[in-house]
Design a protein around this ligand. Structure first.
Ligand SMILES: [Zn+2]
Length: 87
């Protein structure tokens, strides 16, 4: 067991990443999450994916994003979650 992060830590950060994207975190939490993103590639990947989904959803209010594209991004997020859960 070496390294600064483990799966449980990342699972916790995943929840806060969602809040971060919704602007629901206070400044202390934002700093913590961003520090983690700097040193954790999987979480950064997840952050990027979820930001992409948000952008797609926001855009779909004005124009219809292809369902297949949204579906594909959702599947990728699911796979990341499964990776964390299964360890
Ligand atoms: Zn992480």
């Amino acid at each position: 067991m070496s390294g600064k992060t483990d799966d449980e830590t990342c699972a916790n950060f995943l929840e806060r990443i969602v809040c971060l994207l919704d602007n629901e975190l206070d400044a202390v939490d934002v700093a913590e999450v961003k520090a983690h993103l700097d040193e954790c590639a999987p979480c950064l990947q997840s952050y990027d994916l979820q930001r992409t989904v948000k952008a797609l959803v926001a855009r779909s209010c004005m124009e219809h994003a292809p369902d297949s594209l949204r579906q594909r991004v959702r599947v990728q997020i699911q796979q990341i979650r499964v990776t964390y859960t299964e360890g």
